[in-house]
Design a binder for this molecule. Structure first.
Ligand code: 13P
Length: 347
């Protein structure tokens, strides 16, 4: 492994106020989102959709890296150019999701454990040969009555750390994603408490497994109230508690924190990221960036709708959402920008 290269890639992923575009939905998840809109759930439809995203003009101005799924990293544009080539020529770093999904955790009703460690070393070698420079693994933590349990947090943290160590051994930057889900009626205080415990446990395990913190990116949830909680805090309150939680639990050696969106709307995710950077950027040890899937893709997917004629309008809205998020990293995102860039379009 070349640690200096890994550290350089990790820094580049959060340099220039750019962020990541997660487009690594598994086939079942992608199909589910297509089904809602009546788009055919076929490999060709998924390929066409991903070609639309990756050929978006100007994407590299706001996006430093894209996270692909196993099916996508092997695909090409209609003209035969590999997606990896399209990505690198756009000045974007290709990455790959390497976990095989969250499964029920034995002995822990309603809790999940992410699988995918078996055979991972060999799969990583193959992805490196294909051109991937970073990899992602998502752990899922459910908040509810009496959960998460310590057993669930420990098991997921250890898997994340073992995956991260294997990534660095293979020359890849690990994107370490412990996601505390927004589903539920829990308060923001509960989300804070769970997120803090999860992050502390994850960094403890990363240390135990000898992961170099300078060569990784953390991809956490923002600290938010559950979706059905009756009290929904303001954008500034979410920004304050999220940063407070991260300052307690994330070592300064980590170069960047790239949030997942977790089902927040594009506007809310941008507004909250913006508020964090407006209020704290100059005082933080790490870059605060984004690694959104739905909060960047959703409006474009709805406009595209599986139709070739909608491609330019869908690409425009995708590029605009990415721009809004880059502005949010700079603390320069606002309502006016949202309205002028993202006027609803027909399609
Ligand atoms: P969302 O931004 O849609 O939460 O997706 C991020 C992601 O990569 C989940 O693993």
């Amino acid at each position: 492994m070349n640690l200096q290269e890994i550290i350089k890639t990790a820094k580049t992923l959060v340099a220039d106020d750019k962020g990541l575009l997660a487009m690594d939905e598994s086939n079942p998840t992608c199909n589910k989102r297509f089904a809602v809109l009546g788009i055919p759930q076929t490999p060709e439809a998924r390929r066409t959709y991903r070609e639309m995203i990756l050929t978006t003009p100007g994407l590299g101005e706001s996006i430093s890296g894209v996270i692909l799924y196993d099916e996508t990293i092997r695909q090409q544009k209609k003209d035969g150019t590999s997606f990896i080539k399209v990505i690198t020529e756009a000045g974007i770093i290709p990455g790959i999701k390497v976990d095989s999904g969250a499964k029920d955790l034995a002995g822990h009703p309603k809790e999940k454990i992410t699988e995918g460690l078996d055979g991972l070393r060999d799969r990583l070698v193959e992805y490196v040969q294909m051109g991937a420079r970073f990899a992602k693994w998502r752990a899922v933590i459910v908040v509810g009555n009496g959960i998460p349990s310590h057993g669930c947090i420990e098991a997921n943290a250890q898997s994340l750390a073992r995956y991260a160590a294997l990534c660095q051994e293979a020359g890849l930057v690990p994107i370490v994603e412990p996601e505390v889900l927004m589903d539920g009626s829990h308060t923001i205080e509960q989300c804070f408490e769970v997120t803090e415990e999860v992050l502390r446990t994850v960094f403890n395990q990363l240390y135990t497994q000898r992961v170099t913190l300078e060569g990784m990116i953390l991809k956490p949830n923002m600290v938010v109230p559950g979706l059905t909680c009756s009290k929904q805090e303001s954008v500034d309150e979410v920004a304050d508690v999220t940063v407070e939680c991260l300052l307690r639990a994330v070592p300064a050696a980590v170069p960047g924190i790239a949030f997942l969106s977790g089902g927040q709307s594009g506007e809310l995710a941008s507004a909250r990221l913006n508020a964090m950077n407006v209020r704290f950027k100059s005082r933080l040890p790490w870059a605060l960036s984004f690694s959104f899937a739905r909060a960047i893709q959703q409006p474009a997917l709805e406009i595209w709708h599986g139709e070739e004629t909608n491609v330019p309008a869908a690409q425009q809205i995708l590029c605009n959402r990415a721009k809004c998020n880059r502005a949010a990293i700079r603390g320069k995102y606002n309502d006016t920008m949202e309205k002028t860039l993202n006027k609803p379009q027909n399609g």
